[in-house]
Design a protein around this ligand. Sequence first.
Ligand code: AMP
Length: 361
Amino acid sequence: MKSLHKPVPPGGTIGIIGGGQLGRMLALAAARLGLKTCIFNDAPDAPAFQVASQAIAAPYDDLDQLGRFGDQCDVVTFEFENLPAHAIAHLAQHVPVRPGAHALATTQDRLTEKSFVEKLGLKTAPFFEVSSGSQARAGFAKLNGKGILKTRRFGYDGKGQVKVAGADEAEKAFASFNGAPAILEGFVDFSYEASVVAARGADGAFAAFDPPENEHENHILRRSTVPSRLNAAQVKQAKAIARSIADALDYVGVFAVELFVGKNGDLLVNEIAPRVHNSGHWTIEACQCSQFEQHIRAVAGWPLGDPARHADALMENIIGAEADAWEALAKTGALHLYGKAEARPGRKMGHLTRLKPLTKP
Ligand code: AMP
């Protein structure tokens, strides 16, 4: 078993589970630091394979291939956090895994995650465990008329979520999940959404990027804007929330905390993503050290980089057929295309970042 008492030196190999755009941008950042990457993805046409030093295509629960992958890497990290727990445990016998199994287990399950956040004394939407139709009804009765039923695991971009406005609807929504355990949340009438993307190093150092304001369309992030409407005290509070989460999880790497900003200015934790995050893509152009470089630095045991923002930024996702206009888009900002062959509706094909002079430090 390899240990990681020293940083991974230039020339070493970072293993990345998941070969989508996040893995791709992580591999590009690693290359800039003189590090190699080996990507593990369950399909052979992964965007990250195009830019990595090595690639393995195998199912995420293929323990033999995971072991072989681990043996080739100095440390393994994730762009895709839904690896089954037994696969993570197996991998950890071959190679150090950052962030670790505990952080992943806590954040993979919405109920475990929200209970953990609540125990830290942080605010969330009201939530109730739902493992039966009667629990769906009982939970709904405690809400003030509106809720969202979500599967506890494997949800992303609004998948596995149903808005409910009555006990019957809550029960029906649970039935539509075919027995998958769920969580019922009170619907938050928020003013807007924001997020904090931050990093914790192997030595416990902490660095947070400025929180962007995020707008969604059809459950998919449309744009992130920095600075957000958060005032200085709220920015400080948002970063403190991220720090308390990272310290409690003994976290190593970059993560995001998605926040609802209440009409009264309260910050409610919606979700923790134990990985680099779409709302942090603007850091590539607007910060000295991007979220991708920061993650590689953290998991490799390097000193964290400076997250200071030197420009205001607007990041917009390029979704589905919007990528056909790449030539026009290339004239208007920093264009990132992810190398995906097919532009399916709702598929993130790239993003565009526009910078403006720094207004609010
Ligand atoms: P999630 O998958 O939990 O990040 O939810 C996706 C999006 O659904 C969020 O970014 C919100 O726009 C919306 N949403 C999720 N949970 C709630 C809630 N409890 N109240 C209001 N809106 C929510």
